[in-house]
Design a binder for this molecule. Structure first.
Ligand SMILES: [Ca+2]
Ligand SMILES: [Ca+2]
Ligand SMILES: [Ca+2]
Length: 167
């Protein structure tokens, strides 16, 4: 029996549909049984990047972590975030996230605030690459809490420097 051939036009249409679905899906969905997840990342701070501590825009690069539990409060103390190159930040101070609460981990220096949902890395260098990177989140005792790989070309459809992973 002769194999049926699919017309090129049909293949092209199928490919387009598949790409559409892929674009809408979260970038690399590695699911862990943890309530604290990476909600999204402003991996490219708006404007020209400068890591000057006085006039730079490192504070406009941030990672948003959210507590997706409906009942449990999570203390960020001891949690670790790490990029693909192994650069890391450890939450050394206590910061409670009530159910549904979030925090933005920003570069640069500032005053950490529960009310303003912000923690600063106290480092003026950028952490998340503008082309592609992988974000790892670890629990205080070491196991992975969440992880997402991204690339500007594949996951940032509107090219605004922000990619969302969880709703
Ligand atoms: Ca960046
Ligand atoms: Ca920028
Ligand atoms: Ca975007």
């Amino acid at each position: 029996m002769r194999r049926s051939t699919v017309p090129a036009a049909v293949l092209a249409a199928v490919s387009t549909v598949s790409l559409g679905v892929l674009t809408a899906a979260p970038a690399q969905a590695a699911e862990y049984h943890s309530a604290l997840k990476i909600r999204g990342v402003q991996y490219d701070a708006p404007g020209s990047d400068s890591n000057s501590c006085t006039s730079g825009n490192t504070d406009e690069e941030y990672l948003t972590l959210k507590n997706y539990s409906k009942t449990a409060t999570i203390n960020l103390k001891g949690y670790v975030v790490k990029d693909a190159a192994g650069n890391r930040f450890t939450f050394t101070a206590g910061h409670s996230l009530q159910p549904g609460d979030y925090v933005r981990l920003r570069g640069g220096h500032g005053t950490d605030s529960d009310a303003k949902n912000v923690v600063y890395r106290d480092n003026c260098n950028f952490l998340w690459n503008n082309d592609k990177d992988t974000i790892h989140l670890y629990k205080p005792s070491g196991p992975a809490s969440d992880s997402h790989a991204y690339s500007r070309s594949a996951h940032d459809g509107d090219r605004d420097g922000y990619i969302g992973f969880h709703g």
